[in-house]
Design a protein around this ligand. Structure first.
Ligand code: FPP
Length: 247
């Protein structure tokens, strides 16, 4: 959905989603359209990340989760993977100070241990430097896959059963939720996907059961603060019934 009534005013804070998740797609196509290397698209995409993080914090979003690198992305050419890792490090180098100053806590979901050691180290530094912040939680999904996350939770529950800690009847959705990477954060109310693809690509499969999904044709490097605010304003027009009837 893309609305035409974009303007720069912030939406009413009481009508904002508490948690916004984003599938940042279209960096490669943005570069291709300009006959540039795909990495240039990711570089411009990193600028959009800065804009969306800043805007979210400014208007009062409490949780922002960005799909930065999927488990499938390991199959990309090594040069592109290396460039993405460098961009992540550069992002933390340039943004950690701002996260501290703006009371933003960094969080990572996914197989962080699969990232190169130098990238893990930079992440660890920022994670501990921002651990006490409670203004907004910025979660980066890195080497993340929704199915792997659910399988990991199922393994933990099976282990608890095997160890005699629980009965099988105790394996409820609530119990399994406690083993997800996102155990401490609420499910997103809004999922935005850029570049027009209408699919969820293994992102937060469990957590988006009742999430409103907005797909915009805009490629991620072209996604602006104005379009973000516009989507947030239209979010309130969606009636969320959670399977119940309208009141
Ligand atoms: C999808 O575009 C995007 C990614 C796989 C990576 C997202 C990374 C960034 C936005 C930049 C770095 C991130 C941070 C947090 C600083 P694509 O390459 O799949 O685009 P395409 O579908 O057009 O080829």
């Amino acid at each position: 959905m893309k609305s035409k009534s974009a303007d720069n005013a912030a939406p009413d804070p009481s009508e904002l989603p508490r948690h916004v998740a984003v599938i940042m797609d279209g960096n490669g196509r943005w570069a291709k359209k300009r006959m540039l290397n795909r990495v240039k698209g990711h570089e411009r995409g990193a600028d959009t990340v800065r804009t969306v993080v800043r805007t979210s914090r400014e208007i009062g979003i409490r949780y922002l989760t960005l799909y930065a690198f999927s488990t499938e992305n390991w199959q990309r050419p090594q040069t592109e993977i290396t460039a993405l890792m460098t961009l992540l490090k550069r992002f933390l180098d340039s943004e950690t100070r701002e996260m501290i100053d703006n009371n933003i806590r960094l969080n990572v979901i996914g197989e962080k241990e699969r990232l190169p050691e130098d990238v893990q180290n930079v992440f660890d530094q920022t994670l501990s430097a921002t651990a006490g912040n409670d203004g907004m939680c910025l979660t980066l999904a890195l080497s993340y896959g929704g199915r792997a996350e659910i399988a990991r939770a199922a393994r933990a529950a099976a282990q608890a059963f095997k160890d005699g800690q629980i009965d099988v009847t105790e394996i409820t959705p609530e119990y399994l939720s406690g083993f997800l990477y996102t155990a401490e954060i609420p499910d997103p109310e809004l999922l935005i996907r850029t570049s027009g693809e209408i699919r969820v690509s293994n992102f937060l499969l469990w957590q988006i059961a009742y999430t409103e999904i907005f797909v915009t044709p805009t490629l991620w490097p072209d996604f602006t603060r104005e379009e973000y605010l516009d989507i947030l304003k239209h979010f309130k027009d969606r009636e969320r019934r959670f399977g119940r009837v309208s009141s």
